[in-house]
Design a protein around this ligand. Structure first.
Ligand SMILES: Nc1ncnc2c1ncn2[C@@H]1O[C@H](COP(=O)(O)OP(=O)(O)OP(=O)(O)O)[C@@H](O)[C@H]1O
Ligand SMILES: [Mg+2]
Length: 325
């Protein structure tokens, strides 16, 4: 896809799933995705909304399709490691839209399982101010974005309202959020998924620095749910520039929406008050980055499946009728 064609789509992004497409089924609306809830199954629809600092601020052409298709790529690339919730997805059983994923409805564990290969983000901020990172006491003298000898797991609770809380292993077990047996399996699977993620990302010249998994139980079986290794749930860096930037303590070149966040911060917005209006060139540039992410991760050129929001909404309505009602 060319930049010109992305620009043509600035005026026709997929903002949200119309109520009619759900055919009377309940819809859960997250910040970025709309989820049509069937009895046994659900349909995850990735919109083009973009959030930063927990606020939806704008829309970005093709973003939803890019995310859904990156997740779909990774579910396939990790299917031998753990069962996942996918029944059909973009390019594999669902037509007319690239942003919908049909999945088994799971009983979700109330946890976000964050795996970190490098000392970055909130873990770096905690470390710098002398706090343990989700109960893990790290050795002294580590540098910004330093690679850990082995990846660590820093879980947090998934709160219905408010911000997620970092938890130690001991805390999450004491609070009974998950049984010890299940947690051990979560740890084993998460580390294996992350290792695979790092290997595959490396082939595209990328470092998967950290990511977040969500698991659920389907017929009593631990199942990988939600999304996997998308730029929205992960931090990716370009591998080529890692060593020199690490040496000089500069921020890494990121693949994800960090530049979008930085643009906001430069204009004095960090989540509170009135957000600035997002100009078209920023929406275009952000879209362009998501397309590059798709190509680096999957090794394929991005050609959109979805044509426009109206025809995608109609295709989704058909999928709901045939597969969910
Ligand atoms: N297989 C599944 N079964 C049941 N729920 C699922 C499944 N996969 C994902 N979910 C849930 O569906 C929702 C997806 O919504 P989404 O991620 O867009 O919003 P959110 O997590 O509520 O908020 P945020 O916008 O901060 O991510 C999440 O609550 C996720 O936990
Ligand atoms: Mg979510």
């Amino acid at each position: 896809m060319t930049r010109e064609r992305v620009a043509e789509r600035l005026g026709s992004t997929f903002e949200s799933l119309p109520d009619e497409s759900a055919r009377g089924l309940p819809v859960y609306r997250g910040k970025v995705r709309d989820v049509v809830l069937g009895g046994k199954n659900l349909l995850l629809v990735a919109s083009d909304r973009i959030s930063a600092f927990d606020r939806v601020l704008s829309s970005v052409p093709c973003k939803g399709e890019v995310l859904a298709r990156i997740a779909s790529f990774w579910f396939e690339a990790t299917a031998d490691i753990a069962p996942n919730h996918v029944l059909a997805g973009p390019g594999s059983g669902l037509s007319g839209t690239g942003r919908a994923t049909l999945a088994r409805r799971a009983e979700m564990l109330p946890l976000e399982v964050v795996v970190r290969g490098y000392l970055s983000g909130s873990a770096w901020r905690d470390y710098q101010s002398g706090r343990a990172v989700s109960g893990i006491a790290l050795p002294g003298g580590l540098s910004f974005n330093e690679k850990f000898p082995v990846p660590i797991i820093t879980p947090s609770s998934k709160e219905a309202a408010g911000h997620d809380r970092p938890l130690s292993r001991a805390e999450l077990l004491a609070e009974g959020l998950v049984s010890e047996e299940t947690w051990r399996e979560v740890e084993r699977v998460s580390l294996a998924l992350f290792r695979r993620g790092q290997e595959v990302a490396a082939r595209g010249g990328l470092i998967l620095a950290d990511t977040k998994y969500e698991f659920g139980l389907v017929d009593g079986r631990l199942t990988l749910c939600d999304e996997i290794h998308t730029p929205d749930s992960s931090r990716y860096w370009w591998a080529e520039s890692y060593p020199s930037r690490y040496q000089t303590h500069e921020p890494q070149r990121e693949l994800d929406k960090e530049p979008f966040r930085r643009w906001l911060v430069e204009r004095g917005f960090a989540g509170d008050g009135e957000p600035p209006r997002i100009p078209e060139e920023v929406r275009l540039e952000t879209s362009w980055r998501y397309l590059q992410a798709f190509e680096a991760i999957t090794g394929e050129n991005f050609e959109p499946i979805g044509v426009d929001p109206q025809s995608e909404s109609a295709a989704i309505a058909r999928i709901v009728e045939e597969r969910l009602l």
